[in-house]
Design a protein around this ligand. Structure first.
Ligand SMILES: [Zn+2]
Length: 216
């Protein structure tokens, strides 16, 4: 039985004739299948809106990775491409679903704000879970209600390309290695100006992460 059968009248509209083709096209573009519980309603409904249309489910041909919708093309290192926007809340806010399943087969439903790309709160573990919670809070968004606690919070570990872009200008100001030897154990390099470290170890000391720069 579909969750649609339990929804109030008027929350969904009948499917378009090419619904299955649109889902297949989306899955090919993403290189992964939609979670079965999410694909099923889209095979039988063209549009789904919950709670006075505040939660508008995107049609399959409008679904995109969240970072792509919120920050444009060429931003795949801001957030996982598997975080797919599925519910449009307007104002650049979306609820997403992680296409990578958890070990128990569930999929994380994610609250994603455009101001914190790469961070998400897990607010549901299935379509059914999400819809039931949304309908129980006819006024407002259930995850903003006082006392709401997400299942957990996710923080994407951005790849080196992200850190190179973020810190490129700062790194360029370090100047040449021309002082006495770097104080990091076993490092054969010399210090940059105003530091006891070489460029790589100075980066790691300041930013507390491995240097993303692969020079020399
Ligand atoms: Zn060094």
């Amino acid at each position: 039985m579909s969750i649609l059968d339990e929804l109030p009248p008027g929350t969904w509209s009948p499917p378009s004739a090419d619904a299955a083709a649109k889902i297949a096209s989306l899955e090919e573009r993403l290189g992964r299948p939609l979670p079965p519980d999410l694909a099923a309603p889209h095979r039988c409904a063209q549009g789904i809106s919950l709670a006075d249309s505040r939660h508008r489910f995107l049609a399959p041909d409008a679904m995109r990775p969240i970072a792509e919708l919120q920050a444009g093309d060429g931003t795949e290192d801001l957030a996982p491409r598997t975080w797919l926007a599925v519910v449009d809340l307007s104002d650049g806010k979306y609820v997403g679903v992680d296409l990578v399943p958890n070990p128990d087969g569930t999929h994380d439903w994610l609250e994603c704000d455009h101001e914190t790309l790469g961070e998400a709160a897990v607010i549901a573990t299935s379509l059914d879970d999400f819809v039931r919670r949304a309908l129980a809070h006819a006024r407002g968004l259930f995850w903003l209600a006082p006392g709401h606690e997400p299942y957990r919070r996710l923080r994407y570990e951005n790849p080196p390309s992200y850190w190179r872009r973020l810190h490129a200008k700062w790194y360029a100001t370090l100047g040449p290695e021309a002082g006495s030897p770097c104080t990091s154990e076993g490092c054969p390099r010399l210090r940059v100006a105003h530091s006891v470290k070489c460029r790589r170890h100075h980066y790691e000391m300041v930013h507390r992460r491995p240097s993303p720069f692969t020079e020399e």
